[in-house]
Design a protein around this ligand. Structure first.
Ligand SMILES: *Cc1c(COP(=O)(O)O)cnc(C)c1O
Length: 427
């Protein structure tokens, strides 16, 4: 379209970059249609849970103070529990981020003398301090919870023999991270997670399984809670917040686990009875309602990026053709300059803070410098178009989000343009 080319040109995207994007897109229509089908299913799943729980305008009222009898909050938790097919859920603005949600789930269900096992290698960076893999005040290690880890096999699959050997009388909780995080291993499908859970529970039927579901919600029709996870955990400024939740986290799981999480989050004896919603219910309900389509748009962006960058010679994880189980796209750019150029493109395409220039810096919870591009309505929201990555080999940028597919597309085209402008690639 002539007007679009002109508008894009004015924004800095040259016609060759746009045309390259169109040539890539022509081949993606079948995959995009499959994503739309999953979104349609998940949309119906969310609407049906809202109808079942009789969501009404009264659910959107603000509460303050203790928040006793907060029906909007309690009902939202039932909606989450129904979507995740669990007995209960804890969904709160008082959960400050994904790391906090995971910390609550772990520390509520592990006691001194218990052991935590990760059968999928090193957990996400911020979890390392929570567990005490990197010593930190108030870590689980300080409270006498030990930790064991079994790495993935070189081909990225589970080391079942190693896991069998690592499980022992003390093993109380198994943590499985669905998404790759800042690693370049594959993200696990819900089916793979289900197989691992079955294997672990055969060895030890009473072991608890927590799945870090960050970035995975609504990418498939099933969630980890459908395949045996006792707790499924994530952040509301990622997928399930649909871009509207300004804060929050969720834990969906068994009544027993969620009760303990409530006591850990507030106080023993108080549990889920307290916690005012502070007027955030409209955003949390509506964001959850929008989440399936927002996730679909973000996933299209990730696939588009892989199909654009792989032919240019950059390793992409997942690659251009493989199936997807989260919304993250890693692109190994091979140099700090590549990471900076890519992130500049994402930043330049943002609706907010497009004038800013991302530069590498230190971040709490991360042990190397990190670069982040984000021009988000909600600070740090990574369901919004964003890119980040630790400045260390293989210099991979982790790209995710996009509240709309068209915005994701614009950002990715802009990143290619910035790579060209920096002399790092040519078409
Ligand atoms: C984002 C993320 C977290 C932590 O979430 P924050 O909201 O950044 O604290 C944990 N695990 C994985 C896999 C993540 O992607």
């Amino acid at each position: 379209m002539e007007e679009l080319l002109e508008l894009y040109s004015g924004m800095g995207i040259s016609p060759p970059v746009y045309n390259y994007g169109e040539s890539v897109l022509e081949k993606l229509s079948e995959r995009f249609a499959a994503i739309d089908q999953i979104a349609e299913y998940n949309q119906a799943k969310v609407v049906s849970a809202m109808q079942k729980n009789r969501v009404s305008a009264a659910c959107f009222a603000a509460t303050t103070g203790y928040g006793y009898d907060d029906m909007g909050r309690d009902n939202l938790e039932r909606v989450y529990a129904d979507v995740f097919h669990t007995e209960a859920a804890l969904v709160r603005p008082q959960i400050t981020c994904g790391t906090h949600a995971l910390t609550v789930a772990l520390s509520a269900n592990l006691l001194p003398g218990d052991e935590l096992l990760s059968p999928v290698g090193l957990p996400y960076d911020t979890l390392q301090e929570v567990i005490g893999i990197r010593p930190s005040p108030c870590s689980l290690a300080e409270y006498g919870v030990t930790y064991r880890q079994v790495d993935l096999l070189p081909d990225g699959t589970f080391d079942y023999e190693g896991i069998r050997k690592a499980m022992n009388a003390k093993t109380k909780l198994i943590t499985i991270q669905r998404s790759k995080g800042y690693a370049t291993r594959p993200t696990f499908s819900v089916a793979q997670i289900g197989q691992l859970i079955v294997f672990c529970k055969e060895i030890k039927p009473d072991v608890l399984v927590m799945v870090d579901n960050c970035y995975g919600e609504f990418v498939e029709t099933l969630e980890p809670s459908d395949v045996g996870a006792d707790m499924t955990v994530g952040s509301l400024i990622k997928n399930p917040g649909g871009g509207l939740a300004p804060i929050g986290g969720y834990i969906a799981g068994t009544q027993e686990c969620i009760d303990r999480c409530g006591y850990r989050l507030s106080a023993p004896g108080l549990g889920q009875e307290v916690g005012a919603n502070l007027g955030l219910m409209p955003a949390l309900y509506q964001g959850f309602f929008l989440a399936p389509t927002v996730v679909a748009g973000a996933e299209k962006g990730a696939i588009f990026a892989a199909n654009l960058y792989e032919p240019l010679g950059f390793r992409c994880v997942p690659n251009a053709t493989e199936s997807r189980h989260d919304i993250i796209q890693a692109v190994e750019l091979g140099s700090e300059a590549g990471m900076v150029a890519f992130c500049k493109g994402i930043q330049a395409a943002a609706p907010v803070d497009a004038f800013a220039t991302p530069i590498p810096g230190d971040m709490p919870g991360y042990d190397s410098k990190v670069i982040m591009a984000a021009g988000a309505f909600v600070q740090g929201s990574s369901i919004e178009l964003s890119a980040d990555g630790p400045i260390r080999p293989p210099y991979a940028v982790y790209f995710q989000g996009g509240l709309t597919w068209y915005h994701a597309k614009l950002g990715i085209l802009m990143s290619v343009q910035k790579m060209i402008d920096a002399g790092l690639i040519s078409l």
